[in-house]
Design a protein around this ligand. Structure first.
Ligand code: MN
Length: 228
């Protein structure tokens, strides 16, 4: 039997709607600027350039319903996104097979220390300090594709304290979910447990302690996250 020299880190397990089993997380990929209106609001060209990805850590995903305001930032932004969970993977996955690897979907947030991310961008440095901090990805229950069907269109929104801040439609993604899966699989080996955050529509902005964020999307219901 294998023994480990130190205490083993826990597997990150996310709740699945209608099941007692958890979804084990292996990796988290996040696409940047995947809705034209959001690319424009961030000062970029919305043309279909090759996609780019960054990563969060598996244990940044947090189903607790609370988002602790992180240290070293005074400009923490919400980015509502649909997260796509994979049940299988591989390399060089053809576009037409990509959707067969989807386990399900969840509402999620790509919380961002925008001031720190902006400083890194200016210096041409990686984004982790702005993106991959503790509990930076609040997430709702996973809805298996068997119950939702493929989610390629439908409203997505984020309200803060009841006021609509972000609104879009999943059909506005520049790079569609199957394209993201196929593209990622050319550069990485995808595997069961991988999660892809599929990008945020326009309207990103700051939150403060005490704010209540409500994510919603057609087919995924709504999920409330408290900023504490
Ligand atoms: Mn994002």
């Amino acid at each position: 039997m294998t023994s480990y020299a130190i205490e083993t880190p826990p597997i990150v397990g996310l709740p699945i709607a209608g099941s007692d089993a958890l979804f084990p997380v292996r990796r988290v990929y996040c696409i940047g600027r995947n809705y034209a209106a959001h690319a424009i609001e961030m000062g970029h060209d919305p043309d279909r350039e090759p996609p780019f990805f960054f990563q969060k850590n598996p244990n940044n995903l947090d189903p607790s319903g609370d988002f602790p305001y992180p240290p070293h930032s005074s400009d923490v932004h919400h980015e509502v996104e649909v997260a796509v969970m994979l049940k299988s993977g591989g390399t060089n996955i053809p576009l037409e097979e990509a959707e067969s690897h989807i386990f399900g979907y969840a509402l999620s947030l790509d919380m961002t220390r925008r001031d720190l991310q902006g400083a890194q961008k200016k210096m041409g440095r990686p984004w982790e300090i702005g993106k991959a901090f503790e509990r930076s990805a609040p997430i709702g229950p996973i809805h298996p594709v068997a119950s939702t069907g493929l989610l390629n269109a439908g409203a997505i929104a984020l309200r803060v304290n009841g006021e609509v801040r972000q609104e879009g439609d999943l059909n506005q993604m520049i790079w569609k979910v199957p394209e993201m899966i196929s593209y990622l699989s050319e550069y990485f080996e995808l595997a069961p447990g991988d999660v892809i955050q599929s990008g945020t529509p326009a309207g990103v902005g700051p939150v403060q302690r005490g704010d209540v964020m409500e994510m919603s999307a057609d087919g995924l219901g709504s999920v409330t996250i408290n900023v504490i």
